[in-house]
Write a protein that binds this ligand. Sequence first.
Ligand SMILES: Nc1ncnc2c1ncn2[C@@H]1O[C@H](COP(=O)(O)OP(=O)(O)OP(=O)(O)O)[C@@H](O)[C@H]1O
Ligand SMILES: Cc1cn([C@H]2C[C@H](O)[C@@H](COP(=O)(O)O)O2)c(=O)[nH]c1=O
Length: 213
Amino acid sequence: MTGPGRFIVLEGGEGVGKSTQARLLADALRATGREVVLTREPGGTSGAEAIRGLLLNTEGEGWGMRAEALLFAAARADHVDRLIRPALARGAWVVCDRFLDSSRAYQGGGGGIDDAELLDLHRIGSQGLLPDLTLLVAVPPAVTAQRLALRDADGADRIGGRGADFHARVAARFAAIAAQEPQRYAAIDGHGDADRVHAAIMAALAPLLAGRA
Ligand SMILES: Nc1ncnc2c1ncn2[C@@H]1O[C@H](COP(=O)(O)OP(=O)(O)OP(=O)(O)O)[C@@H](O)[C@H]1O
Ligand SMILES: Cc1cn([C@H]2C[C@H](O)[C@@H](COP(=O)(O)O)O2)c(=O)[nH]c1=O
């Protein structure tokens, strides 16, 4: 199947089910005959995966918030330049687990970096590329706490392990961005069975799949 490439991003806090749903979505899109590139941030290229290690490993003293924002933007620039734009240009659908709005929510909402500065970094690094659709997955914190207690029994990464106040600011900033830009966001209730959540995601994608958006 040929047609324009599309860029779909899953966003949200820790443990809401983004990676699970990204895999299910990629499989469903492949089943329609489309070429699909499933990728993630930080990561997706060898350089960006190396930066992921620098950002998330728990050894060492870590980074100041401005350096952290720059490292995420640098990883994104490589990912956009070497993987995402070429895939879109050949007509693939790109499904990405986190993108720019994670920087706006975590380094912005959580870490206090100004939103305009984060958008400037994105303009410089990635020429301002935006998704066609962002799926914001939300689950009550008590539910994600249970999921993460199972998944991360050996400990969270450097950013996931920050306090509840930090993660509450992240969730509030995601909700605020989605409210400001409803045309490129779909709110997905991530509570309940993974198949039910997947069905809600496919319903949100229906206009794009039908070529109406
Ligand atoms: N709908 C669901 N119901 C119950 N458990 C789920 C559901 N979706 C995912 N999980 C489980 O919850 C955990 C977190 O899921 P997942 O890794 O997909 O979330 P995530 O949003 O990508 O997390 P993070 O951003 O922290 O990497 C995993 O152990 C996964 O198997
Ligand atoms: C892209 C991006 C990510 N983060 C944070 C969010 C998570 O804590 C980790 C990524 O881990 P995951 O298991 O792959 O979700 O990094 C961030 O703070 N800023 C960003 O731009």
